[in-house]
Ligand binder design. Structure first.
Ligand SMILES: [Zn+2]
Length: 162
């Protein structure tokens, strides 16, 4: 965007018009009219460029605002979960819904765990249990046997009675 060039073009138009007003010589007047026409055309061209740049910048601002909203939303969603070790048998980590957040926002979601690699990559995948202590991700298929059969799979950090 060249606002300086556009401003100079408008100044040139104004100058030519004021010269034409005071000019009495017909031949000089015709020359000034020709110059004025050329100047108006170049000014219109500059104005079109400036308007095009403004439109492009508004489009970029809109896209950045949308991106900012998406990032804020993702950060808020991420804040609802904490990284937790599941069970005691293996080093298997997952994101667990924070109880305090759950109470605050009143969503009343059931307790669940999200796949750690998928959530870190921006995908939300709830781990699926097979009912016998094995949990796996439906997207990346990562899984682990986290409890012995009949242990409570939602017991975290040594309270599972091993
Ligand atoms: Zn996964």
């Amino acid at each position: 965007m060249d606002v300086t060039t556009l401003t100079a073009s408008f100044a040139g138009v104004t100058e030519l018009v004021s010269l034409m007003v005071s000019e009495r010589d017909r031949q000089k007047l015709a020359t000034l009219q020709s110059e004025l026409t050329a100047k108006i055309i170049s000014t219109q061209s500059e104005l079109t460029k400036v308007l095009g740049t403004i439109i492009e910048q508004e489009r970029k601002i809109h896209a950045l605002e949308q991106r900012n909203r998406d990032l804020e939303s993702a950060a808020a969603e991420r804040g609802r979960y904490k990284l937790t070790k599941m069970g005691e048998m293996v080093e298997f980590y997952a994101y667990q819904l924070c109880e305090s957040t759950d109470v605050i926002d009143g969503s009343g979601e059931v307790e669940h765990f999200l796949c750690q690699p998928c959530f870190d990559a921006g995908k939300k995948a709830v781990l699926v249990g097979n009912g016998a202590g094995y949990f796996s991700c439906p997207i990346c298929r990562q899984g682990a046997q986290i409890t012995r059969v009949n242990d409570d799979p939602y017991s975290i950090g040594g309270s599972s009675g091993f």
